[in-house]
Design a protein around this ligand. Structure first.
Ligand SMILES: NC(=O)C1=CN([C@@H]2O[C@H](COP(=O)(O)OP(=O)(O)OC[C@H]3O[C@@H](n4cnc5c(N)ncnc54)[C@H](OP(=O)(O)O)[C@@H]3O)[C@@H](O)[C@H]2O)C=CC1
Ligand SMILES: O=C(O)[C@@H]1CCC=N1
Length: 267
């Protein structure tokens, strides 16, 4: 029976933990570690899982899901790396860090899978991209899929695409929230009560997202269907184009991809 330990159960680690529990993963098959005792205690109380130290997690778990900040990964691996038997599966959730970073700090032959998920895991709507690193087989990828499928959709990608994935879907929820925030402000500008603007935009976002997923139509077609000749939508779209929204998105996602590369270079 697979035992999973989440090493560094902060925001993302907790999302993985709670998602697995919602999916029926038994609490006895889950371990968590945290740097602060208070955090470990909080997770133990909230989820009924065992909060242990990193060494115990390594000894008892089959799968070690590493969910510390990339900047903290080196210290964590200095602590546990030499003790890890090569039959453990390492699943890294860290942005930017290539699987080679882990391989260099782990015993030869340790399988490493790199995963990029996102915060809609909270509502079982994550997008998780999974890549095999050195020594990871199809079986290891299947274990990662078994863990992340209950949290939403999964896709396998070559590791060379993971920095781009991080820019798109890893950081992606933040872009949508920013857009929604700005559109609610626009509603205020137009004189709507904040609560009404919020309700209008959130439901419009949900409806548009479900249509995008379920209709199978290209977004251009869906946008064209809203855009009447000499109507209101095209007036707004002209302003969006005038203000360079498309160019801003291209530049923003390129910056996120570049930051992922920088994180790896600095690690
Ligand atoms: N937030 C997001 O949307 C996404 C994040 N990620 C990746 O997930 C990882 C975690 O991010 P996030 O959850 O946001 O960050 P958090 O800071 O919320 O979580 C990291 C956790 O790791 C703990 N920690 C650090 N060092 C150790 C250690 N040596 N032993 C045990 N625990 C330790 C921290 O403890 P303490 O609180 O005491 O410092 C903290 O609770 C990052 O690598 C990030 O790139 C990936 C996809 C999306
Ligand atoms: O901002 C970050 O670095 C992390 C990785 C993807 C989403 N959040």
């Amino acid at each position: 029976m697979t035992v999973v330990a989440v090493l560094g159960a902060g925001k993302i680690g907790e999302l993985v933990l709670s998602g697995l529990l919602r999916a029926g993963w038994p609490a006895e098959r889950l371990l968590v570690t945290a740097r602060r005792q208070a955090r470990a205690e909080e997770l133990r109380e909230r989820y009924g899982v065992r909060a242990v130290d990193n060494a115990t997690a390594v000894a008892e778990a089959d799968v070690l899901a590493i969910a510390v900040k990339p900047q903290d990964a080196d210290a964590l691996l200095s602590e546990i790396g030499p003790k890890i038997p090569a039959d453990k599966l390492i699943i890294s959730l860290c942005a930017g860090l290539p699987t080679g970073f882990f391989a260099a700090r782990l015993p030869e032959g340790t399988p490493v899978v790199r995963v990029m998920t996102n915060t809609p895991a909270l509502v079982d709507q994550a997008m998780t991209a999974i890549s095999a690193g050195s020594h990871a087989t199809g079986e290891h990828l299947a274990v990662a899929e078994e863990m992340f499928k209950p949290l939403g959709a999964t896709i396998r990608v070559p590791e060379s695409q993971q920095d781009a994935v991080t820019a798109l879907s890893g950081s992606g929820p933040a872009y949508f929230y920013l857009l929604v925030e700005a559109m609610i402000d626009a509603g205020i500008l137009l004189g709507l009560p904040r609560q009404v603007a919020h309700e209008l935009i959130v439901q419009t976002a949900i409806g548009s997202a479900i249509m995008l997923r379920d209709s199978g139509e290209h977004p251009v077609k869906l946008r064209e269907a809203v855009t009447s000749p000499a109507g209101t939508t095209i007036s707004a779209i002209r302003e969006l184009e005038n203000h360079g929204v498309r160019a801003a998105l291209l530049a923003a996602l390129e910056a996120a991809r570049d930051r992922a590369r920088e994180i790896a270079a600095q690690a």
